[in-house]
Design a protein. Structure first.
Length: 86
């Protein structure tokens, strides 16, 4: 839950009042490096298992790992929250 926090005191013609600002929503730094939002609104990510031990993997499998993957529906809401979209 976000709580409104008085951040400063303002004055106007002798009347003192509190200025209340909502806290900023911060994007998760690791998520913004790992995910990308497309123009159509889909969230993409890089496929895993393409860093090492590539000799035993077939050419077809490695070629498929070049393409971006789309975040699956069960994980979509969680990733959107990390990116500050929801």
């Amino acid at each position: 839950m976000a709580h409104k926090v008085p951040t400063s005191v303002g004055r106007q013609q002798g009347v003192t009042f509190l200025v209340i600002k909502m806290p900023k929503v911060k994007t998760n730094s690791s998520a913004k490096k790992r995910f990308k939002v497309t123009a159509s609104g889909q969230i993409t990510h890089q496929k895993s298992h393409k860093r090492h031990i590539l000799t035993k993997k077939s050419k077809k499998r490695k070629r498929a790992m070049r393409k971006d993957g789309v975040v699956a529906a069960p994980n979509l809401f969680f990733v959107q929250r990390l990116l500050g979209l929801k």
